[in-house]
Write a protein that binds this ligand. Structure first.
Ligand SMILES: Nc1ncnc2c1ncn2[C@@H]1O[C@H](COP(=O)(O)OP(=O)(O)O)[C@@H](O)[C@H]1O
Ligand SMILES: O=c1ccn([C@@H]2O[C@H](COP(=O)(O)OP(=O)(O)O)[C@@H](O)[C@H]2O)c(=O)[nH]1
Ligand SMILES: [Mg+2]
Length: 208
């Protein structure tokens, strides 16, 4: 498959079809995962959460990265892009599908550069869905999720503060970058899931 892609991109008059992609960004607790589930139900995209893929890799006893990923997640830091990109690429390939929601990625400059280098040419990015939400509201949601037993090592006050710092310092500039390319679709994510989804639906109905 890799060879076919390479061959077709270089030598064939027939272009390989590109993956259709929407990036989903917003602070921790803004509802990225919740809205992605609704999009999957209604529009048949494959939902790939970078965080979920990293947690699965951490839980894989054969992985050489397990401890490292645990450490990064607990401290709200962004795992080096080589690892995340490899997991995303593999998941895209294994799904056998062509349309993806990539949730929680790219989160910093390293992610953006690595992705563009490794996958940029193979994808058609429709837009970046940005869930705008105050950190106060996000804090309430995340701490409630932790208290309800999410089992996540980072759903606590101490980790959350670090996640917010990373979001403000490293992820916001990525959103600004896409904004300057006219690719950001910003929604008010402080509303109820159904209200938000009304707007999400409208955006996805316009694709193609
Ligand atoms: N619009 C919303 N209003 C209130 N609670 C929400 C909303 N969207 C999601 N939640 C809840 O907030 C928590 C975080 O949502 P999640 O979708 O996991 O966000 P993210 O992936 O951005 O961290 C979950 O417990 C979820 O049930
Ligand atoms: O591309 C990514 C996505 C996530 N993470 C790590 O995984 C954690 C949890 O991410 P997730 O998207 O699951 O959190 P959410 O924003 O949904 O609460 C982040 O804080 C990071 O430590 C990462 O390193 N790279
Ligand atoms: Mg999430």
């Amino acid at each position: 498959m890799r060879f076919a892609r390479f061959f077709c991109s270089r030598f064939s008059p027939f272009k390989m079809a590109k993956y259709n992609l929407v990036f989903v960004l917003g602070p921790p607790g803004s509802g990225k995962g919740t809205q992605c589930s609704k999009i999957v139900e209604n529009f048949g995209y494959v939902h790939l959460s970078a965080g979920d893929l990293l947690r699965a890799e951490r839980n894989n006893p054969g992985s050489q990265y397990g401890e490292m990923i645990e450490d990064y997640i607990k401290n709200g830091l962004i795992v080096p892009v080589e690892i995340t990109c490899k997991l995303l690429e593999r998941a895209m390939k294994d799904s056998g599908k062509m349309s993806f929601l990539i949730d929680g990625f790219p989160r910093n400059e390293d992610n953006l550069q690595g992705w563009n280098k490794q996958c940029g040419e193979k994808v058609n990015l429709h837009f970046v869905l940005f869930f705008d939400c105050s950190l106060e509201t996000c804090t309430e949601r995340i701490l409630a999720r932790g208290a309800a037993g999410s089992g996540r090592v980072d759903d606590n006050k101490e980790s959350l503060k670090k996640r917010f710092d990373t979001y403000m310092n490293s992820t916001m500039p990525i959103i600004s970058h896409y904004e300057s390319l006219g690719l950001v679709r910003k929604l008010d994510a402080s509303r109820s899931p159904d209200e938000i989804f009304k707007d999400v639906k409208e955006l996805f109905s316009k694709i193609n």
